[in-house]
Design a protein around this ligand. Structure first.
Ligand code: MRU
Length: 353
C-alpha cells in the first residue's frame, strides 16, 4: 500500500504530493513547524491525511520540547497546537485531530513529561492506524452501492494519498473492485491543483484499476453519453444537515448528476462530520494563491493583472447527496438525524475501546 505519511524515529516522513506523478520523493520533517509547512504547501493534503499529519506534528513538537516543568511544557504544547491550527481552514479533520491530541494531553497532565511525550506519539500512531481501518470499513459499506460494472466518476483525490491509506472514495472503489465489480474510473483532472490527473490517476494505475482522465468540463458530456453509473467523492467537512464541503468543482458535478439521474455519493469518516456547524454556509472556505490558477507547471496562462478567484473548496447542498458513506454505516436523508446517530455510535464505540 502507498505510504502517505509515517512516524519514524528520525521524524515524520511524507511522500511529496506536489512532485507526483513524475517524481516519487519523500520528505522528513523533524520539527512541528516543518509539519505545519508541509500541510500549508500541500506536500500532504486530503482531509484525513491532514488530520493524521497534524497529530504527528503535535507529537513531534512535544517530543522536541526542552521544557523541564509541567507549566512550561503546557505552554509550549499550546503554541505547537496553534501553529498547526493556522495551516488550512476547511478540512475539519485538522481541528478534530488537534482537539483529540489536546484531550490526550489533558488526561496526562500529572504524569512525568517523558511519559506524556511517549503517550502523545502513541496517540498519533493510533490515529494513523484507525484511519486505515475506517477506510477499509467505509470501503465495505460503500462497495454495495457501486454498480456491478461500468463507469464511476470521482473528483479530486480521495485516495490513499489523501488519507493514512486505502482512501475514502477510492477505498469504496477499491473494495468494489476487490469484490469483483468491473469498474472503470473517470477521474476529473481537478483544476487548478490537478489532484485528479496527478494523484488519483497515479494511484489507480499502480493498482491496475482501469482509469480515464477527463478535464473537469468533460464530466457533463460523459454523463449525457451514459458512461457514468455512479459518482463517489470525499469530503473536507460535512455540516450537521448533510451539506458537503469538498474540492472546488464538486458542486458542479453534483448538480450535473441530479440532471442525469446518477447517484452522487460522498465517502468520509465520522471525523469529517462537523455537528457544530449547522449547515454549509458556516463552513470556512480556503482561498489559495492566485498563481495556482494563473500558472500551469510554472508557465503563465492568463494575462498580467487580470482578477483571479481561487476558492479551494465549494459546498454541495445535502439535497444533491444520495448517501454519505462512513465507517459506521451509510447515512441517507434526513441527514440531520442520520449523521447524528452515526456520530453517536462512533462515540460509544470509541468509549468502549
Ligand atoms: O486541497 P486538498 O487537496 O487538500 O483537497 C482534498 C479534497 O478536497 C478531498 O476530496 C477531501 O479532502 C477528501 S480526501 C479523503
Amino acid at each position: 500500500m502507498i505510504q502517505t505519511l509515517e512516524w519514524t524515529d528520525h521524524g515524520v516522513v511524507f511522500i511529496d504530493q506536489t512532485k507526483l506523478p513524475t517524481e516519487e520523493v519523500y520528505v522528513t520533517c523533524t520539527t512541528h513547524q516543518q509539519v505545519a509547512d508541509v500541510i500549508r504547501n500541500m506536500v500532504v493534503r486530503g482531509a484525513p491525511a491532514i488530520g493524521v499529519a497534524a497529530a504527528m506534528g503535535i507529537a513531534l513538537g512535544a517530543k522536541n520540547s526542552a521544557a523541564k516543568a509541567g507549566d512550561d511544557f503546557a505552554h509550549e504544547f499550546d503554541r505547537i497546537c496553534e501553529s498547526i491550527r493556522q495551516t488550512r481552514p476547511t478540512a475539519v479533520n485538522l481541528f478534530w485531530a488537534i482537539r483529540r491530541m489536546r484531550e490526550k494531553f489533558e488526561s496526562l497532565r500529572t504524569q512525568p513529561i517523558a511519559q506524556i511525550k511517549q503517550s502523545l506519539i502513541e496517540e498519533a500512531q493510533r490515529m494513523h492506524a484507525e484511519d486505515i481501518a475506517a477506510n477499509r470499513a467505509m470501503g465495505r459499506h460503500g462497495a454495495t452501492l457501486m454498480p456491478a460494472s461500468g463507469g464511476v466518476l470521482t473528483h479530486c483525490n480521495a485516495g490513499a494519498l489523501a488519507t493514512a491509506g486505502y482512501g475514502t472514495a477510492l477505498g469504496v472503489i477499491r473494495a468494489a473492485v476487490e469484490q469483483g465489480k468491473k469498474i472503470h474510473v473517470y477521474a476529473d483532472e481537478t483544476r487548478p491543483f490537478l489532484q485528479g490527473s496527478r494523484l488519483t490517476a497515479w494511484e489507480l494505475m499502480k493498482d491496475g484499476i482501469p482509469t480515464t482522465v477527463i478535464s473537469d468540463n468533460m464530466a457533463g458530456a460523459m454523463m449525457s453519453q451514459g458512461k457514468i453509473g455512479a459518482i463517489v467523492v470525499g469530503a473536507d467537512r460535512i455540516a450537521a444537515n448533510g451539506d458537503v464541503a469538498n474540492k472546488i468543482g464538486t458542486y458542479s458535478v453534483a448538480v450535473l448528476a441530479k440532471e442525469h439521474g446518477i447517484p452522487f455519493y460522498v465517502a468520509a469518516p465520522i471525523s469529517t462530520v462537523d455537528l457544530e456547524t449547522p449547515d454549509g454556509s458556516g463552513i470556512p472556505i480556503e482561498q489559495r494563491n492566485a498563481r495556482e490558477v494563473t500558472h500551469i507547471a510554472g508557465k503563465q496562462m492568463v494575462p498580467d493583472g487580470v482578477e483571479i478567484e481561487n476558492p479551494a473548496f465549494d459546498v454541495t447542498p445535502a439535497k444533491y447527496v444520495a448517501a454519505i458513506i462512513t465507517e459506521r454505516g451509510i447515512a441517507r436523508a434526513p441527514y440531520q438525524k442520520t449523521l447524528r446517530e452515526l456520530a453517536e455510535s462512533a462515540r460509544l464505540a470509541e468509549k468502549a475501546r
